[in-house]
Design a protein around this ligand. Structure first.
Ligand SMILES: [Cu+2]
Length: 357
C-alpha cells in the first residue's frame, strides 16, 4: 500500500517508480516533479489499478521511460556524448617546454529536463551536468578561467595539489581575488596537474549540499606521463536529483539522465579494453555503487596507482570517491550495469553495454 504521503520509497514499495514517473508525466506534463508528486491521487489510483506494473511482480526496470525521452538538444548535452567527451583545453607551450592547458568555464543557472517532462532548476558549469571532463597529463599547467554567470556566488574547488588561493574555498583568499566568486566576477584557477588519477571538481559554496545537488560538479582526469594502455575510454559521473527539494533524491543516474543508457546502450567491442573513469558525486545518500553483469574488472581506486587494487564486479564509493574500472567483454550481447543499490537502480541508475563483434 502507498503511504499517505507519497515518497520515493513509497513508490519503490509499490514496485512502480520508473513507470510511475512516466505516468505522472503523462498526467501532469511539464511541471516539476515536486508538483507531479503532489498529485498523490493520480499516483495512488494508478498504482492500485495496476497501471504502473507490467507484471504485478514489480516494475520492469528495463523499460525506463518507454517511448518518452528528454530533449537532449534543449538541455544542451546528451549523456551519450558526455560519456566519451574529454576536454583537453586549448594547449600551448610555456617557456621551458611544459604544456599549458586553458579552459573557460561559466556558471549558469539553467532549467534541465532531468526526466521526460520533469524539469529541474539546475546550476551548471558551462550549461551541462556533469560539467566538462577536464583532461591533462601529469605535470601540465592547468588554467581555468571561471566566470560566474549565475545569480548566486559559486567557486570551483578542484581535488589535487594547489595553493590555498586556488582551493575555491569561500573565506580563503578573498582579499586576493579568490574565495567566493560573486555574480559577474571572474577568477582564474591555475595549478599543476598532479597527482595522476581520476579526480573531481565542484563548487564549495555553503550550503554545500545545495551547491552540489544543483549540479555544480564534474570529473578531472590526470593521465600519467607514461600513458595507460590504449582503450575505449568513458567517464561516468554517478549523480541524482532531488526534484522536490525534500533532501532526498527522486532520481538517480550516470551522467544525469535516468535510464539513458537503457534507451541508448553503450556500444563497445568484444575483447577490447574498456576503461571507465567512475566518479561519485551523489548528494544526500551516503554511498553509491557500480556493478557490471557477467564480467569482472580491474579496479584502481582514485587511479593514482598503475596496479589494480581489486578484481571484482562491484565497487562502492562514498561521495568524492572515484576510481578507474578496466574490463574486456568476453561475449557479444547486451549486459546490464547498475548501482548495486536496488533503490537507486529502480529510480534510474541502470544501463546496458551493447557488446559487438
Ligand atoms: Cu555554488
Amino acid at each position: 500500500m502507498l503511504s499517505k504521503k507519497l515518497t520515493r520509497r513509497g513508490l519503490i514499495a509499490t514496485g512502480a517508480a520508473a513507470p510511475a514517473l512516466a505516468a505522472l508525466h503523462e498526467a501532469v506534463p511539464h511541471q516539476g516533479l515536486h508538483r507531479a508528486f503532489g498529485s498523490e491521487q493520480h499516483a495512488a489510483a494508478n498504482a492500485q489499478s495496476g497501471h504502473f506494473g507490467h507484471s504485478g511482480s514489480g516494475m520492469a526496470i528495463h523499460d525506463g521511460f518507454g517511448e518518452a525521452s528528454v530533449d537532449h538538444a534543449a538541455n544542451g548535452f546528451n549523456p551519450s556524448d558526455v560519456l566519451r567527451d574529454f576536454d583537453y583545453g586549448r594547449t600551448s607551450k610555456l617557456p621551458g617546454g611544459r604544456t599549458l592547458r586553458e579552459w573557460t568555464v561559466v556558471a549558469q543557472d539553467k532549467e534541465i529536463e532531468v526526466a521526460p517532462g520533469i524539469t529541474y532548476p539546475a546550476w551548471t558549469y558551462n550549461g551541462r551536468i556533469p560539467g566538462p571532463t577536464f583532461r591533462a597529463t601529469e605535470g601540465d599547467r592547468m588554467r581555468i578561467r571561471f566566470t560566474n554567470g549565475s545569480e548566486h556566488a559559486h567557486t570551483m574547488h578542484f581535488h589535487g595539489f594547489h595553493p590555498d588561493l586556488m582551493d575555491g574555498m569561500p573565506g580563503i583568499g578573498e582579499g586576493r581575488g579568490g574565495g567566493a566568486i560573486e555574480t559577474g566576477e571572474t577568477f582564474v584557477y591555475e595549478f599543476d596537474a598532479e597527482p595522476f588519477g581520476v579526480h573531481l571538481y565542484h563548487c564549495h559554496t555553503m550550503p554545500l549540499a545545495e551547491h552540489l545537488a544543483k549540479g555544480l560538479y564534474g570529473a578531472m582526469i590526470i593521465d600519467p606521463k607514461e600513458p595507460r594502455a590504449e582503450a575505449d575510454e568513458m567517464v561516468m559521473v554517478m549523480n541524482g536529483f532531488d526534484t522536490n527539494f525534500d533532501g532526498e533524491n527522486e532520481i538517480y543516474a550516470v551522467n544525469s539522465i535516468p535510464f539513458h543508457y537503457v534507451e541508448e546502450p553503450i556500444r563497445v567491442k568484444r575483447g577490447e579494453l574498456t576503461r571507465i573513469y567512475l566518479v561519485n558525486l551523489l548528494e544526500f545518500d551516503q554511498i553509491n555503487s557500480f556493478h557490471v553483469h557477467a564480467n569482472f574488472f580491474d579496479y584502481y581506486p582514485t587511479g593514482t596507482r598503475l596496479e589494480p587494487a581489486d578484481f571484482t564486479d562491484t565497487v562502492i564509493q562514498g561521495q568524492g570517491q572515484r576510481g578507474i574500472v578496466e574490463l574486456r567483454f568476453p561475449f557479444a550481447g547486451r549486459f546490464m550495469f547498475h548501482a548495486h543499490k536496488t533503490e537507486f537502480a529502480e529510480l534510474g541508475w541502470i544501463g546496458f553495454f551493447e557488446v559487438e563483434e
